[in-house]
Design a binder for this molecule. Structure first.
Ligand SMILES: Nc1ncnc2c1ncn2[C@@H]1O[C@H](COP(=O)(O)OP(=O)(O)OP(=O)(O)O)[C@@H](O)[C@H]1O
Length: 307
């Protein structure tokens, strides 16, 4: 179990993180979200032991995670960190990179393990390719496989799919997160993408203005965002009568309504249209089955559709 207790950190004079508290169990999946610069990467690096805390403690089971002041070598065997900049060895092949830290003592076992990891990240076809000849997304997949090679107890991932194309992203995400659950490897994922969270994360930590703005399950935060920043992570939203209403919770009605909007734009979104409209001077968003002519006057009602 990882425990982050009351930690404070700053690189220079300005505080980056203040009073951060959370814990995760073995096999639990935590997502860290927050605007750019809110301290997501810094928090992962602190958990990895890359910097010294100003205050507070980080523990994995009974082991205290210590920074460079107390540790000559950064990192611990039970923990792996996949940074935004993946540090691979460019002149050796994909399989050599993945197997780099695996023992050569049992060559068959090593081969089998590399094959298993190549399957997880869908890179079998590139096993013999030198890393320098791979695309950014392929390199990211090698970095993920290499971090998993020695089966850590916990893996920290910073935007793990940021370089991966949307054709591959869905299946890779499913494979990787299911693999971690199956092996009961705890994971912490810093992300900007709700698709990394919904359906996978057990808990979510929202960072804002150096602090924890919210810490709860994705279901609770989705259903009761209580804050525009949290709502904006999940969907387009409106504030109507001081309440956050997602665009998909505002629907067209034939009934008498107090919410009358004038359409300004329709955006094709695949299985629905996102409609931009105005109520007086306020812009609002709702969803519709077809596009709507600019200038049309539409009556709307709020339908809360929580699961
Ligand atoms: N090595 C560093 N030295 C000084 N300041 C830093 C350093 N790294 C990050 N910062 C600052 O710390 C703050 C938090 O940065 P961090 O990279 O943790 O944010 P983030 O939430 O991960 O952002 P992003 O989503 O853009 O990756 C920012 O203000 C950033 O400028």
């Amino acid at each position: 179990m990882l425990q982050v207790k009351n930690i404070y950190f700053s690189y220079k004079d300005t505080p980056v993180l203040k009073n951060i508290n959370f814990s995760i169990k073995q096999g639990e999946h935590l997502s860290i979200i927050g605007e750019s610069g809110s301290g997501k990467s810094t928090l992962l690096k602190l958990i990895h032991g890359e910097y010294d805390l100003l205050k507070g403690d980080i523990l994995w089971k009974d082991q205290e995670i210590l920074g460079p002041k107390y540790n000559l070598v950064i990192g611990y065997d039970f923990m792996k960190y996949v940074a935004q900049e993946f540090e691979l060895m460019p002149f050796i092949s994909v399989e050599e990179n993945i197997g780099k830290f695996l023992s050569n003592f049992y060559p068959n076992k090593k081969r089998k393990r590399i094959k298993e990891l190549l399957d997880v990240v869908e890179l079998n076809a590139f096993s013999k390719t030198k890393v320098k000849d791979l695309s950014g997304g392929q390199k990211q997949r090698v970095a993920l496989a290499r971090a998993l090679a020695k089966e850590p107890e916990i893996i920290l991932m910073d935007e793990p799919f940021s370089h991966i194309d949307s054709f591959k992203k869905q299946s890779l995400r499913r494979r990787l997160f299911n693999y971690l659950k199956e092996k009961k490897i705890s994971c912490i994922v810093a992300t900007h993408d709700k698709e990394d969270v919904l359906g996978y994360a057990d808990t979510m930590l929202v960072l804002s203005d150096t602090k924890v703005l919210a810490y709860n399950t994705p279901q609770t935060l989705y259903n009761k965002p209580n804050n525009a920043l949290i709502a904006s992570f999940f969907n387009e939203y409106n504030i109507i009568n001081n309440t956050i209403v997602y665009a998909n919770e505002l629907i067209i009605t034939e009934e008498k309504s107090d919410i009358i909007a004038i359409v300004t734009q329709s955006y094709f979104k695949g299985y629905y249209y996102l409609i931009e409209a105005k109520i007086n001077n306020d812009i609002i968003f709702f969803e519709a089955k077809s596009s709507i002519k600019k200038g049309a006057e539409i009556a709307l009602k709020i339908i809360k559709n929580t699961l």
